[in-house]
Design a protein around this ligand. Structure first.
Ligand code: HEM
Length: 245
């Protein structure tokens, strides 16, 4: 529900004729949806703000931090100082939320409650550090990809009036003006195909580890040494394909 609520809040904040920066707005929507799915409840509004701000900074600077040498991260540049402050503030806020959830000891129907209730094979709960790491993994993986995809979906629909009309007609007939629930998704069949095509043409994944070879094999005619990583480039096939049933 948190995702559809966040989407509804975003959509109702727009007015007719307004210009939006689709990639930024969709990234923010993905961020809000993700933080609400992780923790439905935060005692202090400052905690929610620290987490959102930290995650926004993290996703924005992720690529730069992967590409640049790690020595650069230690330089006291204004950007690095801001980044480190935001990370400290976010980490403290996440630690506070974990402590508060543990104290309350109730299932709030969100991802953090599920992580705290999880038990390993020996019946032991996750430590605070493990829960923290899971939250960070979800934050790192769950914002940029859906945010970018949604931005491209809006772009493609906006540039293809016929597609826009078919999407609008399907939404009207399936939903009749109400906000979609999870159960409606299979019925939004045409929209699903539009999103799949956008994922194919505008994938947010530039590189994927296709295979980590532990024995020699030949790919596209080239021998590979054991231990060589093979990267696939899903962004390569950009040709539109018409798939009508
Ligand atoms: C349009 C939306 C998304 C796309 C296109 C996408 C795509 C992908 C891809 C291609 C991978 C890599 C798989 C591999 O290495 O074989 C991946 C991994 C992952 N994704 Fe997503 N994802 C999306 C949304 C999300 C969301 C919303 C979450 C969580 C809230 C999420 C969590 C993860 C996690 C945890 C991994 C595994 C990371 C690892 O440990 O290697 N993703 N995703």
């Amino acid at each position: 529900m948190s995702t559809s609520e966040a989407a509804e809040e975003t959509a109702t904040s727009w007015h007719d004729g307004q210009t939006i920066q689709a990639d930024e707005v969709m990234n923010d929507l993905a961020l809000t949806a993700l933080t609400r799915s992780l923790f439905k409840f935060t005692v202090n509004p400052d905690t929610a703000d620290a987490i959102k701000h930290g995650m926004r900074m993290l996703t924005h600077s992720l690529l730069k931090r992967i590409v640049l040498p790690t020595a650069w991260e230690r330089l006291p540049t204004p950007g690095n100082i801001r980044f480190n402050r935001a990370m400290t503030r976010m980490n403290n806020a996440i630690a506070d939320v974990i402590a508060e959830y543990r104290d309350a000891g109730e299932d709030r129907g969100d991802v953090l409650s599920a992580l705290l209730a999880a038990r390993d094979d020996n019946g032991n709960p996750l430590s605070d550090q493990e829960v923290h790491a899971q939250v960070m993994t979800l934050a790192l993986t769950g914002i940029e990809a859906p945010g970018a995809t949604l931005g491209w979906v809006l772009y493609e629909i906006g540039n293809n009036p016929e597609v826009a009309a078919r999407v609008a007609a399907e939404l009207d007939s399936v939903l009749g003006g109400r906000t979609p629930a999870y159960e409606d998704l299979p019925k939004l069949e045409y929209l699903g195909r539009v999103i799949n095509e956008v994922l194919r043409l505008r994938t947010p994944m530039l590189f994927l580890p296709a295979d980590s070879a532990d024995r020699p094999r030949r790919r596209i005619g080239h021998p590979r040494r054991p231990g060589t990583d093979l990267q696939s480039i899903p962004a390569a096939p950009r040709r539109p394909v018409v798939r009508e049933p």
